[in-house]
Design a protein around this ligand. Sequence first.
Ligand SMILES: Cc1cc2nc3c(=O)[nH]c(=O)nc-3n(C[C@H](O)[C@H](O)[C@H](O)COP(=O)(O)OP(=O)(O)OC[C@H]3O[C@@H](n4cnc5c(N)ncnc54)[C@H](O)[C@@H]3O)c2cc1C
Ligand SMILES: NC(=O)c1ccc[n+]([C@@H]2O[C@H](COP(=O)([O-])OP(=O)(O)OC[C@H]3O[C@@H](n4cnc5c(N)ncnc54)[C@H](OP(=O)(O)O)[C@@H]3O)[C@@H](O)[C@H]2O)c1
Ligand SMILES: Cc1cc2nc3c(=O)[nH]c(=O)nc-3n(C[C@H](O)[C@H](O)[C@H](O)COP(=O)(O)O)c2cc1C
Ligand SMILES: *[C@@H]1O[C@H](CO)[C@@H](O)[C@H](O)[C@H]1NC(C)=O
Ligand SMILES: *[C@@H]1O[C@H](CO)[C@@H](O)[C@H](O)[C@H]1NC(C)=O
Ligand SMILES: *[C@@H]1O[C@H](CO)[C@@H](O)[C@H](O)[C@H]1NC(C)=O
Ligand SMILES: CC(=O)N[C@H]1CO[C@H](CO)[C@@H](O)[C@@H]1O
Length: 678
Amino acid sequence: MDHDTTTEPVAQEAEALFTNMDLLLFSLIIGIVIYWFMSRKKPEPIPEFKKIDTPAPTSRETSFIEKMKKTGKNIIVFYGSQTGTAEEFSNRLSKDAQRYGMKGMAADPEEYDMGELSRLSEINNSLAIFCMATYGEGDPTDNAQDFYDWLQENDDEDLTGLNYTVFSLGNKTYEHYNAMGKYVDKRLEELGAKRIFDLGLGDDDGNLEEDFVSWREQFWPAVCEHFGVEALGDESSIRQYELKEFTDINMNKVFTGEIGRLKSFEVQKPPFDSKNPFMAPVTVNRRLNKAGDRHLMHLELDITGSKIRYESGDHVAVFPTNDSALVNKLGQVLGVDLDLVISLNNLDEESNKKHPFPCPTTYRTALTHYLDISHPPRTNVLYELAQYASDPKDQENMRKMASSSPEGKALYQSWVLESCRNILAILEDMPSLKPPIDHLCELLPRLQARYYSIASSSKVHPNSIHICAVVVEYQTKTGRVNKGVATNWLKNKLVTDNGHKATVPMYIRKSQFRLPFKASNPVIMIGPGTGIAPFMGFIQERGWLKEQGKDVGETVLYYGCRHKMEDYLYQEELEEAEQKVVITQLNVAFSRDQEHKVRLSTVYVQHLLKNNKENLWKLIHLENAHIYVCGDARNMAKDVQTALHEIAEELGDMTRTQATDYIKKLMTKGRYSQDVWS
Ligand SMILES: Cc1cc2nc3c(=O)[nH]c(=O)nc-3n(C[C@H](O)[C@H](O)[C@H](O)COP(=O)(O)OP(=O)(O)OC[C@H]3O[C@@H](n4cnc5c(N)ncnc54)[C@H](O)[C@@H]3O)c2cc1C
Ligand SMILES: NC(=O)c1ccc[n+]([C@@H]2O[C@H](COP(=O)([O-])OP(=O)(O)OC[C@H]3O[C@@H](n4cnc5c(N)ncnc54)[C@H](OP(=O)(O)O)[C@@H]3O)[C@@H](O)[C@H]2O)c1
Ligand SMILES: Cc1cc2nc3c(=O)[nH]c(=O)nc-3n(C[C@H](O)[C@H](O)[C@H](O)COP(=O)(O)O)c2cc1C
Ligand SMILES: *[C@@H]1O[C@H](CO)[C@@H](O)[C@H](O)[C@H]1NC(C)=O
Ligand SMILES: *[C@@H]1O[C@H](CO)[C@@H](O)[C@H](O)[C@H]1NC(C)=O
Ligand SMILES: *[C@@H]1O[C@H](CO)[C@@H](O)[C@H](O)[C@H]1NC(C)=O
Ligand SMILES: CC(=O)N[C@H]1CO[C@H](CO)[C@@H](O)[C@@H]1O
């Protein structure tokens, strides 16, 4: 039973571990190493696209000690980052160091030999700062995985003489809140290092930026005291990049949206990863819901010839493109020629990160492909932009929103966050604010890939990846209509666009959301709304196993939607699977079909769970069932967990604590897995 979660032994096939270079491009997820599965029976022709140039040979130094000595740095800021926040904080901390007459560098632990930490004391007044984000079930980010393993494995490492501090990034809504930061903080001390400032805990569910800024405000004075130095007192913003404009440049050398390296017109080459996404043709794009004003969609991406392999439960990452209307409006508001070719070059020539995004490129490409222009900007962006507001009132408000005063925080909360103002809305609503576009481009975060739970089984569909998603579109308090970047872009990916196949840049991220190793184990799948996605893959796979003559255990689905006649996703497929006894129990909760909005006891999946508690408890307690929950993290996943606690309490005759422990144990044994997002 303890081996039940073991995935099939495919690891040998993994050819290359993906390495993270300067720009982290992913979004989110359960921190899992990405493997590239290279083996396929027959090499098939690869779709014609652009070939990837071999990257310019960069002589990367893996010794951070040598690099720090050579460049006179005394502070190193390591980041464990998946979607760029921890990386951004690291850059800001290393930039801060200048204000105190010190020199800092941000560093990706994956690029350096972390075994050198014990040698940092060779550098006078040296300090290691760690900005670590947590994922999944308290896991490190991909780029911190090796460092994490190293910390765990080296009990004899002596880090005496190493001075350090940790700022941790997490989200309270997750079970293992800030687990990675807490671990690094504790472990370094165990190994003899000296904590010179308390662990900072950032909560993305509250205001992460604020947590970071308050921590930093107390951190620097402590460092100054520690090293006996004083602030140079210059609070003005320091640019990290300088602008270079090109008037006469070979356009073949200009990035036009490529993610990692510049492409020329040839064939795409595997392995495909976040630096080299595969351009997958869209073969199906259909609306799933029969009625209603939302658009729920089913997409199929063709991966024929890509050598991409996936397992049920994995995620597909797609790189979206920003709305061209939004980009054009930004150009208008800022009064610039978006087609100017530019490069933003790091003023710190020693930095591994030469540009904030692939350069040279045009402003149009940067705003369309590389920068996040749709989410509300962080307070540090407002702070830096404030200097460009000619109306003192605007300037004051922007500084206020970036400050830690209660009114400032409240203003940011209501004017930016609750009003869902993106950068365009801010520029429109503060007409005196006219920042130079290059500074804006330096400050905006990178546009992130979006993840989707794969809604197919590779056993049934080895050459195609299915996505089930809901198009995000909502009206803000200011009356604007905000559109989700990726979902609106996907919605418009027509199967044939002027005779061409529309393509989607994508790659696969492995997950730990896996069917039990033994097919005979029962599975209980709970996934309302788009949470059905991975279960379509699971159901296909169980059906396939059954066809192979395997002894397949009970397959129970709890699904929920608003109206039976509107958004019962995959109704035909699910009912067919039920007829074929691939699904042994199909339980569906319709939340809005009751008259007069009378909420009956069966509106949500958790109510159905409670109704079937005897059967569930038997499957879980006596038959080693595996439980899977997918979909909304904010409410649903928690409510489902509470319902399961209550069932364990009642039918297992347990106290609240015992029930909690029981469910926790299921999780650590891999018998209770969640694939949730918000
Ligand atoms: C591991 C994982 C698996 C996922 N699997 C799936 C899946 O299978 N199917 C699926 O559909 N999605 C899935 N998602 C979510 C998906 O990655 C995207 O976040 C989602 O599609 C929205 O992307 P977007 O670019 O269209 O929206 P964005 O441009 O990123 O906008 C979304 C943001 O808009 C804001 N917002 C949205 N609605 C409102 C509202 N009503 N009021 C105010 N603000 C609002 C929120 O801040 C939200 O974060 C998954 C996410 C993760 C992390
Ligand atoms: N932040 C949030 O509060 C929140 C909530 C739901 C979904 N989401 C996100 O919004 C997106 C759209 O979701 P979707 O279209 O997949 O789902 P959806 O269609 O909005 O919801 C699917 C079903 O789940 C029900 N539901 C709502 N709250 C629930 C809860 N606490 N426990 C169990 N079931 C609940 C819904 O009921 P009713 O809608 O009739 O109540 C509906 O019947 C997803 O990205 C999801 O993660 C966010
Ligand atoms: C899919 C997902 C899983 C997460 N898991 C956890 C978790 O287990 N514990 C936690 O404290 N935070 C968790 N977080 C929150 C992130 O750690 C937090 O948002 C952080 O700021 C991300 O930093 P990054 O942008 O540098 O990757 C999770 C976030 C996502 C999107
Ligand atoms: C470090 O400090 C010591 C004592 O103050 C000094 O002798 C030494 O030269 C310094 N080393 C460097 C590399 O600056
Ligand atoms: C670390 O801090 C201690 C004081 O707490 C100081 O004596 C020591 O020199 C510092 N080490 C380095 C390498 O700066
Ligand atoms: C985490 O933080 C974000 C804020 O960035 C919030 O929107 C989200 O609901 C939180 N919870 C999860 C589970 O991501
Ligand atoms: C969703 C959307 O409008 N995407 C557009 C983003 O910009 C590119 C290039 O300008 C367009 O090709 C996309 O259609």
